[in-house]
Ligand binder design. Structure first.
Ligand SMILES: Cc1cc2nc3c(=O)[nH]c(=O)nc-3n(C[C@H](O)[C@H](O)[C@H](O)COP(=O)(O)O)c2cc1C
Length: 189
């Protein structure tokens, strides 16, 4: 009995050591639209939810140069970056070759991905993988970013995107979790 217990424990550990899915995310805390100052970003909250429900590894795309804590200052910089098609550097990296499935969680910035995500995309070939996008926004919805993913990775299987407003994630955690659960059921078929 004890041996069986130890064997199960080992198998469980091995399972989590060799997760074949990754949750890749970009998220910003501090002052955000409609929610004041938040300690954890909206995409980060959902990214962690997905990782714990699916047993995936997590990698956060953290810009080398942090954005200002004030919302307005941050949006001004982000707009300049978008207009200049900037590719801001990020900290660290992840070996994507280990993963068949990648959940990609991000906020909409000026109707697009934050530019730092393009820095990541251009450095990694995600063709041949299953890509599952999650978007948080404050009214713009997905803004065609799922189509952009398909354009960037023509040989990836891009699944149905889920989008939730940041204000909903902050104020209705239970409702958010229910939406994530229902969506995970659909996309992981
Ligand atoms: C720089 C910046 C630009 C934004 N642009 C948009 C936008 O174009 N459309 C929109 O609906 N929300 C926009 N937002 C709101 C965010 O998408 C929303 O607050 C999201 O929940 C933030 O997620 P995060 O906390 O994970 O970064 C913007 C926020 C920031 C900081």
């Amino acid at each position: 009995m004890k041996k069986l217990f130890i064997l199960c424990l080992l198998l469980l550990c091995a399972g989590s050591l060799f997760a074949d899915s990754l949750v890749l995310y970009f998220s910003r805390a501090d002052e955000n639209y409609g929610v004041g100052y938040i300690e954890k970003g909206n995409a980060a909250i959902v990214a962690e939810m997905i990782a714990s429900k699916t047993g995936s590894d997590l990698f956060q795309i953290v810009p080398e140069k942090p954005y200002p804590a004030e919302y307005k200052k941050c949006t001004d910089i982000a707009l300049t970056e978008k207009n200049q098609k900037a590719r801001p550097a990020y900290v660290g990296d992840v070996d994507v070759s280990k993963y068949d499935t990648i959940y990609i969680c991000y906020p909409i910035w000026w109707g697009d991905f934050p530019m730092t995500m393009y820095t990541f995309f251009e450095a990694h070939d995600l063709n041949g993988k299953t890509l599952i996008p999650f978007v948080t926004h404050e009214g713009s919805g997905v803004s065609g970013t799922d189509k952009t993913l398909k354009r960037l990775y023509r040989n990836a299987d891009v699944k149905e995107v889920l989008s939730i407003r940041g204000t909903t994630i902050q104020k209705d955690r239970k409702g958010t979790e229910a939406s994530v659960d229902a969506w995970l059921k659909k996309v992981s078929k």
